[in-house]
Structures are given as C-alpha cells and as structure tokens.
Ligand binder design. Structure first.
Ligand SMILES: [Zn+2]
Ligand SMILES: [Zn+2]
Length: 165
C-alpha cells in the first residue's frame, strides 16, 4: 500500500457535498466510491480499509478490499480523505476536516485519546523554539503510556523496560 501525503485539504460538509466535489472534478461517483465515503462519514473515528470493506459491521454494504484501497488512494489524492497510524498495523482513514484532532496513543494497551484542536500548540511551539522543527501529530500520533498503564509502570518501578512484541 502506498500512502500519498501531499494533497491540499478539501473540506466538505457531508456525504452529498463529497459526491458533488467528485463530480466537479469530473470523477464518477461509482458505487464503490460512494460506499467508501458513506462508511467514512458514518464512522465515529478513523477506520481501516478492512473495516470499510466489511461495511462497518453491516451499517453499509460490504465491498471488496482491493477496490476500497484504490478508492481511498484516489480520495486521498483529492484531499477529501486522510490517513493516520495508530500503531504497527495498517493506516486508518478519516474524512478531512472531521475528527482531525490529533491523538495520543498508549503503546502498552493501545488505548487512544483525541486531543482537541490546538491542544498541542504549546508543545509544537516548544519544539519550534528548541529545534526549529514544525511538529505534526496528525499523521503519527504521540505515543506513550495512558494514565492507567503509567500507573502500572510506577508500581513496577520506573526505568523498567517493556518487551516489544
Ligand atoms: Zn502514513
Ligand atoms: Zn495503556
């Protein structure tokens, strides 16, 4: 799977506006494309291509995985869709401008927390000042330990290593 990263965002208000945006660019609103967009708009959080192909547990018709990937790629090129990585697995996809919050991810239990827009500005500013680096956490979240895993880490004593399995 190749991921594109360079598209200008194309923010739409809903699934019908997304179809209009496709047509305005001379693209067909095929059944497969319609399905991918419907799943992404119906999803409460970013979803994997597998989940999209499976039809989000029956809420939309199932589709084949190869066509889902092709369409995600195309929609990402258009700037309608973006992807991020919660862990080692494949990327997960979301509609641009919807749930764009950045995430904190726990590397022990996999739990995650969405950060409200602007919630990481202080940290970004600090990194800019220290390293002249424009940090972005929208593609790869900030990885660390959630409060409950950090609590367990404390019990075990700080500095202990955790096996990477
Ligand atoms: Zn990526
Ligand atoms: Zn955790």
């Amino acid at each position: 799977v190749t991921y594109s990263h360079a598209s200008a965002p194309l923010v739409v208000t809903g699934v019908d506006a997304a179809f209009d945006a496709l047509r305005a660019r001379g693209l067909r609103v095929s059944a497969a494309r319609r399905l991918v967009l419907e799943v992404l708009f119906a999803a409460e959080e970013p979803v994997s291509a597998d989940q999209i192909a499976a039809g989000l547990r029956g809420r939309v018709p199932a589709s084949d995985l190869a066509s889902v990937y092709r369409n995600l790629e195309r929609l990402e090129e258009l700037g309608l869709v973006r992807h991020l990585h919660f862990g080692h697995g494949p990327g997960v996809y979301a509609i641009v401008g919807r749930g764009d919050g950045e995430y904190l991810v726990c590397e022990w239990c996999g739990s995650r927390r969405a950060v409200e827009p602007g919630g990481l500005e202080d940290i970004r500013g600090r990194l800019r000042a220290l390293f002249d680096w424009e940090a972005r956490f929208s593609h790869f979240p900030i990885v660390g330990l959630c409060p409950s895993c950090a609590g367990r880490a404390d019990e075990r004593g700080r500095g202990g290593s955790h096996a990477h399995t």
